[in-house]
Write a protein that binds this ligand. Structure first.
Ligand code: SF4
Ligand code: SF4
Length: 400
């Protein structure tokens, strides 16, 4: 099987983040991660990935602005010819920094909001950051970056799509990504509270469509459907080890930013191996390449070239075996695990009084019961790591 180069490099510079989002995709055990790579190590990673063929660089975290060496990292990436995207909550951005980023060659900034209302934005992140994000949006415009907003959708905010898009229009957004939550990391712990109902999803898609029709090309709206409501899985990462390479804060190299959870694999570290041998030779990157690893029904399925059997992390989380067919697929013998989760969400939403049109775009009922959610938090992460961990409904939120 011929292996192409990695085209995307995701540099997760740090797991530090001042926010506590309930849907955070960082690993729940992030507190146990080793020391962050030094600047010189990141610069070497950038050179090695570029030499392999990587052209797109995502700088993320955690909150990448928590690193005080972003400027030299951006400058080095620019001189290597990357297209550089900073993925940020906005916390830590100042005019001085954005001016320095511009001078260093940063191409693109993606700013996240948790909601269009201050109350829910601040609740979901357990911080008071709504006003700050609005100021950062103004800085992004002032420094003539394309205005790119990202809002993660779930049961608690999906009824606000009209208001979220109105906010995006006010801010002057050119691109808005309405990304339905992927259920890994902290979102997995909170899944029963975050999965929307089918009716919510349909209303949200219709709202996005109406705004699209009204604004045309003035604002591009990407609505990423949650795969729990599909009958075929997404072609996750276009197949593991095909185009995407993530490096975590401690230098662990992964074929997908969530892949550290996959059992039985030793993920290589950039401090011990060069990226070429990691990409082409390591067991961790070769294990799920091609189709040799597939079990039935994928193994003999005519659609396997298209979706590569779906997401390995989702297969593992739901079935306990990463080589199983992604249970989102209705040909999977485990598909009932997905439909049961959706049915549980429908019941929970009905009981909580949200997810119904009559509940309207107001504050979801769970907001008054924060103890039902697990907020991303350092202490809870330590508890998870030691096996005394959190389950939704079992832990109060951590404080900043
Ligand atoms: S999802 Fe929220 S908590 Fe997680 S890294 Fe992003 S801003 Fe921080
Ligand atoms: S059986 Fe496997 S290859 Fe076929 S559609 Fe389902 S996930 Fe895709």
């Amino acid at each position: 099987m011929s292996v192409g180069p990695p085209l995307w490099l995701l540099a997760e510079l740090t797991y530090r983040c001042p926010l506590h989002c309930v849907f955070c995709s960082n690993p729940t055990e992030f507190a146990a991660t080793g020391a962050e790579l030094a600047t010189a190590d990141w610069l070497r990673v950038l050179r090695e990935a570029r030499a392999l063929g990587a052209v797109q660089l995502g700088l993320s975290g955690g909150e990448p602005l928590a690193r005080d060496d972003l400027e030299p990292i951006i400058a080095a990436a620019h001189s290597l010819g990357y297209y550089i995207n900073l993925i940020t909550s906005g916390v830590g951005m100042t005019e001085e920094r954005i001016r320095a980023f511009k001078a260093a060659g940063l191409d693109h900034i993606q700013l996240s909001f948790q909601d269009s209302s201050r109350e829910l934005n601040d609740f979901l992140s357990s911080t008071r950051t709504f006003e700050l994000k609005s100021r950062v949006a103004a800085l992004i415009r002032q420094y003539e970056y394309p205005m790119v907003l990202n809002v993660v959708l779930h049961r608690l905010n999906i009824d606000h799509v009209d208001e979220i898009l109105a906010m995006a229009e006010r801010i002057g957004a050119e691109y808005v990504e309405l990304a339905n939550t992927q259920y890994y990391g902290w979102a997995w712990l909170n899944r029963d509270h975050l999965l929307p109902t089918r009716a919510q999803l349909e209303r949200a898609e219709a709202a996005a469509q109406r705004v699209r029709a009204r604004l045309g090309s003035r604002m591009q709206i990407f609505f990423v459907v949650p795969d729990y409501f599909e009958t075929r899985p997404k072609a996750c990462m276009n197949g593991l080890g095909s185009v995407f390479l993530a490096v975590t804060p401690d230098g662990t190299a992964l074929p997908c930013h969530a892949a550290r959870m996959l059992p039985g694999l030793t993920f290589p570290n950039v401090l011990e191996s060069d990226l070429r041998s990691i990409w082409y030779e390591s067991e961790a990157f070769n294990r799920f390449r091609g189709e040799g690893w597939m079990k039935e029904p994928c193994r003999s399925c005519p659609e396997r070239h298209k979706d590569h059997g779906g997401c390995r992390c989702q297969a593992f989380l739901l079935t306990g075996d990463a080589a199983n067919t992604d249970p989102v697929c209705d040909l999977s013998p485990h598909h009932h695990l997905v439909t049961e989760a959706v049915a549980r969400a429908e019941r929970a939403a009905a009981a909580a009084g949200n997810g119904t049109p009559s509940a309207g775009p107001g504050t979801p009922a769970v907001v008054s019961r924060p103890h039902e959610l697990v907020f991303r938090d350092h202490r809870i992460s330590i508890a998870v790591e030691h096996g005394s961990g959190a389950t939704a409904g079992g832990q109060a939120r951590g404080e900043s």
